[in-house]
Design a protein around this ligand. Structure first.
Ligand SMILES: C[S@@+](CC[C@H](N)C(=O)[O-])C[C@H]1O[C@@H](n2cnc3c(N)ncnc32)[C@H](O)[C@@H]1O
Length: 391
């Protein structure tokens, strides 16, 4: 790798790590609500509700829109935040990283480092698509301004919150809610029209029937017990004409000809080994949902209330071993940085499967060297699928 390539990869990593602003202080105000004071000195309430269902709602201070199920009943604009005692309820330590403490199947980290990786991965998705979403004309039409109400968007498995926040910025006249097992660690100022809820998508969304114009779920499959059932739930949360948008990166790696790399114990690169081990560990935890990237169009067609099913796939090289222009080079560099951080976050998943610490560290170390030095010429494939709610 040339020094130029090294520098640009480092820059990408640095940028993804650099916190712009950190949330700082908070104080308890009443009952189990907390007011959080961010560095803009805005106070926001954080409600912990219905812990028996392990469901937490994050709503604006003073807004009283919490249902008996403990979840907010409208997509009203609001913001939130998060403190250390809340953290103990939704996160736990595992093998040296923080993971969610709500479900066992999702076992990638849920800490600051992972959220900065997700920020970077969000840039990869966005640059690869050239937009925040596929099927742009349909999504924009679903979110057109209306006289009678504000259009509403839900992001399921919102992660670091970057998609929800970017959508709130692109569509300032819409309300956006991000839902996840853990709170996002937002480093900048949240748009007023964006808020977050802590919730498990496996519990369903009966409280949000016919509420949203766009529902987005990207890279959540490992945490989903029954993907087709989730799609039916999400379809029910859509208004007629609303769009359901899915995205996922595949664990299958592709060769220089964009053909699936076959796994053979004898010839596999370290990168293949670590991806293969991670895929099997994910499958053991999540079952068939993990293959949602290839099954989504079929599953979407099976939902009677959905129509206009479409899908798309994008190949991106891991590192700039091939590129036609500066944009492609930058995308490949970002994906390389993301892949290195992803591999480094696989510790808890692989160790919990019974791999020896030395084996995991060896795989991670060797695979990272291969990728950094562009010794493996690998493509990854990113899948998108969408459908419209029938009128
Ligand atoms: C790989 S991250 C992707 C984050 C985000 N969608 C993105 O593309 O940047 C997966 C996220 O889904 C969340 N998640 C997984 N299972 C979930 C579930 N059952 N309910 C809610 N969130 C879930 C995880 O906590 C994690 O933040």
């Amino acid at each position: 790798m040339t020094s130029d390539e090294l520098r640009s990869t480092e820059e990408v990593l640095q940028k993804s790590k650099a916190p712009s602003k950190q949330h700082s202080a908070f104080r308890k105000v009443r009952g189990r609500s907390h007011v959080f004071e961010d560095d803009c000195n805005r106070g926001h309430a954080y409600r912990l509700n219905d812990l028996s269902r392990r469901t937490l709602s994050l709503g604006r201070a003073g807004a009283d829109e919490t249902s008996s199920s403990g979840r907010t009943t409208s997509p009203a604009p609001s913001v939130y935040s998060f403190n250390s005692s809340d953290e103990r309820q939704v996160l736990r330590q595992a093998y040296g990283r923080m993971v969610n403490s709500q479900i066992e199947s999702y076992f990638l980290p849920a800490d600051y480092e992972e959220h900065r990786r997700l920020d970077l991965q969000h840039q990869v998705y966005t640059m690869a698509l050239g937009a925040l979403y596929p099927a742009a004309p349909l999504v924009r039409w679903a979110l057109r301004p209306r006289h009678d109400r504000r259009p509403a968007i839900m992001d399921v498995g919102a992660g670091s919150g970057s998609w929800a926040i970017d959508m709130a910025r692109e569509f300032p006249y819409c309300d956006v809610v991000g839902v996840d097992l853990v709170p996002p660690r937002v480093t900048g100022q949240l748009p007023e029209n964006c808020r977050f809820e802590i919730d498990d998508a496996n519990l369903g969304f009966s409280h949000y029937r016919q509420t949203y114009d766009v529902v987005h779920a990207r890279a959540v499959s490992m945490g989903v017990r029954d993907f087709p059932a989730l799609l039916r739930e999400l379809a029910d949360t859509l208004r007629p004409g609303g769009m359901l948008v899915l995205g996922d990166g595949e664990m299958q790696l592709y060769d220089e000809e964009r053909q699936p790399l076959q796994y053979s114990e004898r010839d596999a690169s370290w990168t293949q080994r670590v991806f293969f081990a991670a895929y099997n560990a994910m499958r053991n935890r999540a079952g068939g949902s993990i293959d949602s990237h290839s099954m989504s169009p079929t599953w979407l067609r099976a939902v009677e209330s959905l129509t206009e099913v479409g899908w798309d796939k994008v190949f991106i090289p891991v590192g700039p071993w091939i590129y036609a222009n500066e944009k492609e080079k930058h995308l490949a560099e970002m994906l390389r940085a993301n892949t290195l951080a992803f591999i480094s976050g696989l510790g808890p998943l692989l160790l919990s499967e019974g791999y020896l610490k030395e084996s995991v560290e060896k795989m991670q170390h060797e695979a990272s060297l291969e990728i950094r030095d562009l010794r493996v010429h690998i493509y990854t494939r990113w899948s998108f699928a969408w459908a419209m709610k029938r009128f």
